[in-house]
Design a protein around this ligand. Sequence first.
Ligand code: HEC
Ligand code: HEC
Length: 367
Amino acid sequence: MIKGITALIMAAGTAAVMASPLGLPEVPVPAGNPQSAAKVELGKQLFFDKRLSADGTVSCASCHQPARAFTDGRPTAVGIEGQIGPRNAPTVLNAAYYTSLFHDGRADSLESQALGPLLNPIEHGLKDYQPILTLLRNDPDYRRLFQAAFGEMPEKAKPDHIGKAIASYERTLVCGNTPFDRYLYGGDKSALSKSAQRGLRIFRRKGNCANCHEIGLNHALFTDNRFYNLGVGFDRIKPKFSDFVRVYKQSVAGGASDPAAVYEARDRSELGRFLVTGDVADIGKFRTPTLRNVSLTGPYMHDGSQRTLEDVVEYYNQGGEKNPFLDPGIYPLHLSKQEKTDLINFLRALTNPSCSFSQGVFPRSGN
Ligand code: HEC
Ligand code: HEC
């Protein structure tokens, strides 16, 4: 299905024809960055190119691996020189549908998101975009692709172009048509086992899951693009929480100090959405992630603290982790053993293992 779509895009030279797979809406494309086959190709090469890192060891695909549904299988990501970051690498599949990017929603477009990891000292570790611009200008393959993508000479390349090309590629990474989609939207009542069908009912009712992981009338993103506190990682900010509150009060009273600074980087990460808005009500809130392909994207949660889907369901069943900011939508569920199994079987039906995407080919000497 996906292959067919890509062929269509390539043939038409524009993604105006981008049909979406069963269960997913049309991919939103910003007016300032229309899809084109050439731009997608350029973005794809950049995504897989390790020359886009300080020591030539890391590409976007190091942490977003096609074979793992564009995740890395680790609790938290590992960047250049083996440095371990504070957060779990989320899938890039269907990221095109999010209205904000990153676990805390700090980027508002795929274009701006793509520029973040390149300069992140523990991810690609570049000091500035110059090495990439130089590559675009000097490498014959990139020169050709750049010109085809933007209709300008590579000498004119700016960081903006890098973000646009990568975002265009990411907008082709859509993956639906799962057993769940065939059952609910395709009219195939045999696509889900009886157990998974019961799981869907639990997901919508007793489990309250669909309240945040939304299922629509014609399609399902499994996210409402909002932020919630489930208590994941709260243990890390708890010990210094009174210090945090003291500095926060000072800063509200006109002091210049940053309350988040009472924490080391790893622990600070657990403040979540607060780091973006500075609003106390956002402490420990993270964006609802999609659940599509969730069989392939573990470990789970922003900090990778839940190893399996069984662990996740157990976490919800106990009502999350108690803390002063816990969302009222998270409470003990009292699921029976059978209900837990049904729910997990439903979650497993949200994966389409045939959504495999080919890798880039640059540099030709092997990457
Ligand atoms: C060292 C591992 C690593 C590398 C390299 C990396 N990422 Fe990520 N990526 C992550 C992590 C971790 C997050 C979540 C960070 C956060 O939320 O603070 C993330 C988040 C994202 C998201 C947001 C997904 C969502 O659910 O909001 C996108 C899109 C993305 N990365 C694309 C890229 C692109 C494009 C590149 C290359 C330019 C790249 N990543 C390089 C680890 C990595
Ligand atoms: C109040 C909103 C809300 C409800 C209700 C909710 N979730 Fe979530 N879910 C989230 C948020 C927010 C996250 C991310 C939390 C984090 O990373 O710390 C999440 C994460 C997950 C993850 C991990 C996904 C990943 O890629 O890491 C799974 C699986 C999941 N939820 C399944 C469920 C199930 C099953 C239910 C019902 C029993 C449910 N959720 C109920 C908001 C919700």
